[in-house]
Each structure stands twice: as structure tokens, then as C-alpha cells.
Design a protein around this ligand. Sequence first.
Ligand code: SF4
Length: 209
Amino acid sequence: MAPRAGLQLVQSGSLVKALAPPISKRLAGLLKVLEMSALELGTGELILIDVDQICVADWVQWKCKYGCKNYGRSWCCPPETPTPEQARAILKDYREAILIRNSGKSINHYRENNQKRRQQVHGWKSTVALERRLFLAGYYKAFALVSESCALCRECSYPESCKFPMNRRPPVESFSIDVFQTLENIGMGFRIAKNVVEEHNTYSIILLD
Ligand code: SF4
């Protein structure tokens, strides 16, 4: 599916802008919130997409179940998160979404150390903070799907009570979102990093109505 004209937003330096004006009054309001938030929260690149362009696939949770040590050990990972059927049903309540892309080149991305955790926590908190701003701006259904596993605690308290339930959100993968197909759907494409020193990208999504 081709990207919708007039709805792609990019952060360029400190700016978030629409690529193909004219834009609606509603979109202009959204741009204003995003522009201010991107500056203050240090979010990555912001791209407004149709929810229909998000691909939910049954195979994604198999990758969680077979190959990830966090499966069954975090409040933010399967089987605690929505099933693919539930994810598809939830997406039907939304029309648009903001895809947040963060890019970087750091060997720490592939290691479990404090620097990696700091990056994760920053990305997680800025996404949840942007969701909050959108809620206060009138997008009351705004809901964040964050990136990677929850790293707010050094070790998740699961199955004991979550220590930061206000910040708990499902990561995009645990929501059964096929990020690669979604990128294809919006015309962005992707390249898989084959070496730890190559640039890597992480993706978060905020659902909007
Ligand atoms: S906030 Fe802490 S306890 Fe809650 S899901 Fe995240 S790591 Fe687990």
C-alpha cells in the first residue's frame, strides 16, 4: 500500500513537518503537538500512517516463544500481551498511528549493559510521554506500543505485581506486529543489519483515532 499523500511527517533536525501540504486543520493541530514533543522529548523520526497499513501476523509471537529469553518472564511480553486475534480487534478501534523510528550505530545495542538499558528506558519513556501529550491534546484514545522488552526494572518482577504499571505498555512485537511488512506497506522498506557495527533501527507505534 502506498504512503498517504500529505500525511508523512519527518523530523529534520529539530523540526517535524508535513511532506505534502495542504493539510487539514486536524492534521495541523497534530503536527503542532508532535513538533513540540519531538523537541522536548527527543523522540526519533515520526511518520503518520494509516492503521490499515499495520500488519499483524500470527508468526510474530512464535519468534517470542522460540528464541527470546523474555517469553513468559515479563508483564510486557507474551503470553501476558494480547493474542494476534485480540491485537487485530484492538486495531479496528483506531484509524491512524504514529510510527517512531530511532536509528543508531552502537555495539551496545546488541549487549546487555547499562548503556543499552539507558537507551531502552529513554525510548520507552519518551514514547509513553508522547502518548500522554497526545491524550492531553484531545487524542483521548492514544495508546503506545513501545520498542523491545520492558527495561524499566533491572529485572522484571513478573509474576509478582508490576512495579511501574502506569508505564507498562506492550512492545510492537508482543502485539504481533510484523514490523518488516508494515515498513513495506508504507513504502519505507528495510535493511537487516548483518554486523553489530552497522546502523540499526528500532520502532515504536502510537495508535490514534
Ligand atoms: S515496569 Fe518493571 S515490573 Fe513492570 S513490566 Fe517493566 S520490568 Fe516488569
